[in-house]
Design a protein around this ligand. Structure first.
Ligand code: F6R
Length: 596
């Protein structure tokens, strides 16, 4: 996830672009850059937050520059450095390109271009694009044709903007990554999201997949992949510009919950082959386990680690999940045959980092599963797999948990050679999550139980970590008492807490023994008068004993755990919303916990 901006008009392009980039910083903030067109292209780019770029731009005289593109980056290929920041150009500096998404066939394109004598200056997938366009220009194509032909070579997802020196035009193309055009008076804007230009215009055209646009100061021409000119609808945005970064949602948390289908698609992109039914994670080559697997993590990430440990064990591999602050390599059997997996969204959590350092010192092999390219965890570990969820602004982890679940499922499939059967299941998860988002009754359930004394969450198997995660989310954003239990443990103590004032959320999916036994636990709860909210795929008779039902689609057990969690995220969100809590910044909590 990155942010793109583009501008052509009679104003100062540099001012518009930097305003736009600050409106998109929530999409990425590890490096930023702009290309200004003024006869020839001038490119300025810097690693770090936007302020770093702004410092560099302070002395740049951009009077009279009417066209430009800009980018704020959330790294996916290559660490956040000046060289890897966008825009990228061809060798002659004739074409500048910014990109959001992942070009799956970039390695093959890079090889082809290198063989033709092109020298690359970055580690990014994006850099192939300006070189492809430049080659087309050299072959005599006009800029628009050169751009379209280059885009035609790409596989994967992209929102791309390009400008060619000497033209006051921005070219754009979209596939599975957002792009929106803003129509002003004597000026036309382009961005990944409306906040980039909402202060200049509220008239927008949302570009659809496989559409191209040619922007000049007079407006935009939108065409389909075959070049047929389209007549797309022009919408009027009605948000308060103050809230624009949230794309119209009241909170980042709700926005991020709703981003899960696309985050999950990004996580899977290029890593599964639906036809072959196989998983390909180059990042893990040579890492096949020769001994036990130890997963270390904190909070929500620990719940993802527990989930993954269960998957490994089901495939006959000895795996344990540790709360990172309770992991001490000198008190455990750890040696060169041990694989220690650090699961951490931020890649900076002090407890997880200490555990990983200890594991490294003890001679274990280490793998980071993280969201942040170039983070401390990525640098500490022998290998890194990025979950590709994009930046998460809400303190409560939501989309990153779902992406961790899928990324870890891929790790399990790759390391245990058990991708067969799993690939079909994983591929269906983004759609299943979308179905939950489209049909959820979570806000009604939240209204029904907003005054409860406490909330309990129960599940077995893969739904046990989800029960823990459901309770954690409820605690941190509502400040209400909540606990998650293994469903079978209720009768060993916690049942004493169950009353008519304590709703019990029961996670019951599938039709196997674990689901049937959880139904038995639901009956025990119901007999004590507690309200039951079943999170169910309808494959057991749990619905009969439930006061409320939150449905999830019939899908495999991994997908069911991802989808069920989304229902619980929504319930917590709506309870917290009714209580007027500070949802994006809960009291006493921080997004990145860098102290032990
Ligand atoms: C809960 C939450 C925290 C984090 C934990 C670990 O919503 O966000 O529990 O999961 O602090 O953080 P990372 O994953 O960055 O190591």
């Amino acid at each position: 996830m990155c942010g793109i901006v583009g501008y052509v008009g009679d104003g100062n392009a540099l001012e518009v672009l930097t305003t736009g980039l600050s409106g998109l910083e929530y999409r990425g903030y590890d490096s930023a850059g702009v290309a200004l067109g003024n006869g020839r292209l001038a490119v300025y780019k810097r690693a770090g937050e936007l302020a770093e770029l702004e410092d560099t731009l302070e002395d740049v005289d951009a009077d009279g520059v009417r066209v430009g593109i800009g980018h704020t980056r959330w790294s996916t290929h290559g660490p956040p450095t000046d060289a890897n920041a966008h825009p990228h150009t061809d060798a002659a500096g004739r074409v500048a390109v910014v990109h959001n998404g992942i070009i799956e066939n970039y390695a093959a394109l890079r090889e082809e271009l290198s063989a033709a004598g092109v020298a690359f200056e970055s580690d990014t997938d994006t850099e192939v694009v300006p070189h492809l366009i430049a080659r087309n220009l050299e072959r005599g194509m006009a800029p628009e044709r050169a751009f379209r032909a280059a885009i035609g070579r790409l596989e994967g997802s992209y929102a791309i903007a390009a400008t060619v020196a000497g033209s006051e035009v921005v070219h754009a193309a979209r596939k599975e990554s957002p792009l929106v055009i803003g129509l002003g008076e004597g000026a036309t804007y382009l961005a990944s999201d409306v906040p980039a230009f909402i202060e200049f215009t509220d008239r927008v055209i949302y570009l659809e997949d496989d559409q191209f646009a040619r922007l000049d100061a007079g407006g935009a021409v939108v065409a389909d992949a075959d070049g047929a000119v389209l007549d797309p609808p022009v919408d009027t945005i009605e948000w308060d510009p103050e809230d624009a970064g949230k794309s119209g949602y009241d909170h980042y948390m709700l926005k991020e919950i709703n981003e899960q289908p696309s985050a999950l698609r990004d996580c899977l992109r290029g890593r599964i082959d639906g036809l072959e039914g196989s998983v390909h994670l180059e990042e893990l080559a040579g890492l096949e386990p020769s001994g036990p697997i130890q997963l270390v993590a904190c909070g929500t990430s620990y719940h993802a680690a527990l989930f993954a440990a269960g998957m490994f064990r089901r495939r006959g591999i000895h795996a344990d999940a540790f709360i990172a602050s309770e992991y001490h390599a000198d008190r455990l059997p750890v040696d060169a045959d041990t694989l220690v997996v650090g699961v951490t969204q931020s890649g900076e959590t002090a407890d997880t980092m200490r555990a990983l350092r200890e594991a490294n010192r003890a001679g274990a092999r280490t793998l980071a599963v993280t969201n942040v390219v170039g983070s401390s965890a990525a640098r500490e570990c022998d290998r890194t797999l990025y979950i590709r969820a994009g930046p998460e602004i809400g303190v409560a982890a939501t989309k990153t948990f779902a992406s961790q679940q899928l990324a870890l499922a891929l790790v399990v499939a790759e390391l245990t050679g058990s991708s067969h059967g799993l690939v079909d299941e994983l591929r269906d998860v983004p759609d299943a999550v979308q179905t939950v988002l489209d049909t959820s009754r979570a806000s009604e359930v939240a209204d029904a139980y907003v005054d409860a004394d406490a909330y309990f969450f129960i599940g077995r198997g893969y739904q046990y970590p989800v029960a823990l995660e459901g309770a954690l989310k409820m605690k941190e954003i509502t400040y209400r008492h909540a606990e998650g239990f293994a469903a079978g443990e209720l009768k060993h103590g916690p049942l004493a807490l169950v009353t008519e004032e304590t709703p019990v959320f029961a996670l019951v999916t599938g039709e196997g023994e674990l689901a049937r036994k959880t139904v038995g636990n639901v009956k025990e709860v119901e007999a004590r008068g507690a309200p039951v909210v079943a999170v169910s795929d309808g494959r057991t008779e749990v619905d009969r004993y439930a006061d409320e039902l939150l449905s999830v689609p019939e899908i495999g057990e991994i997908g069911a755990a991802v989808a069920a969690n989304v229902q619980l995220q929504l319930v917590s969100y709506w309870v917290a919303n009714s209580l007027g809590r500070s949802i994006d910044r809960p009291r006493n909590l921080a997004k990145s916990v860098t102290v032990e």
